[in-house]
Write a protein that binds this ligand. Structure first.
Ligand SMILES: N[C@@H](CCC(=O)N[C@@H](CS)C(=O)NCC(=O)O)C(=O)O
Length: 229
């Protein structure tokens, strides 16, 4: 299997972490999103990540995670039982649809050197607050989102919160992880996992270079230090 994407992408990073946690044999092919016909043949929406398999390519991170779970033997990353599995998917959907996707419309101002319209800034916040309120109702990290076992919900949420937190802080001076009791400890536990360390070791320099390249108004503290040195 080959995972296509690049390490600034929170979706690519979630898929990569899942493959690592699963113990899958895979390679990484550095790939940027594109809209040309050749790219669309692999990823119909022109997005990364996509996973090249023996049967063809699959895009959409949730589909990639479900595929990995079925074809890669190893520790299960969906909980056992229909109800718990559905709960994991519910959490993943809420994170993607009501937290990550609205926050993404702030990325131009936060990460790309652009300016976010006041209407966008005003419209995004209530959607994200509603998503985080829903999550605080559904999860009590103990230590993972669904209890004692790491699941795709943890992996998916971690990479979206990691990037989303930056957009929240930049735009609203507010925190995502403060919104759910126990999420700070969960975040630290997730950040300490070997899979996370591997993925973030590539993310940090790539993100710093991305911000610099885009002339982002807001620079990562570590990038500021580098810039001022
Ligand atoms: N729903 C997609 C979202 C993936 C996504 O938004 N990827 C971004 C990079 S983080 C991308 O390819 N953006 C280019 C574009 O939207 O055209 C998934 O689950 O994989």
């Amino acid at each position: 299997m080959a995972l296509h994407g690049y390490p600034v992408s929170n979706y690519f990073n979630a898929a990569r972490a899942a493959l690592i946690e699963k113990g899958a044999a895979f390679t990484i092919v550095p790939t940027r999103a594109a809209q040309d016909e050749a790219f669309l043949a692999h990823s119909a929406m022109g997005k990364i990540p996509y996973l090249r398999t023996g049967q063809g390519c699959i895009a959409e991170t949730v589909a990639i995670l479900e595929y990995i779970e079925e074809v890669v033997p190893g520790v299960p990353l969906y909980p056992t039982g229909a109800f718990a599995r559905a709960r994991a998917r519910q959490i993943i959907n809420i994170v993607q649809l009501y937290v990550e996707t609205p926050l993404r419309s702030l990325y131009p101002g936060a990460f790309m050197g652009g300016v976010n319209a006041p209407e966008t800034i005003a419209a995004v916040r209530p959607v994200v607050d509603r998503g985080m309120r829903a999550l605080s109702q559904l999860v009590t990290p103990a230590p993972f989102l669904l209890g004692g076992q790491l699941t795709y919900a943890d992996i998916f949420a971690f990479y979206h919160f990691d990037l989303g937190e930056r957009a929240m802080r930049f735009t609203y001076g507010a925190s995502l992880v403060d919104a759910v009791p126990g999420l700070h400890d969960w975040f630290d536990i997730m950040a300490a996992r070997p899979s996370t360390r591997t993925v973030l070791a590539d993310f940090h320099p790539a993100f710093a270079a991305y911000l610099r390249d885009k002339g982002a108004a807001w620079l990562e503290p570590e990038l500021k230090e580098t810039t001022h040195a």
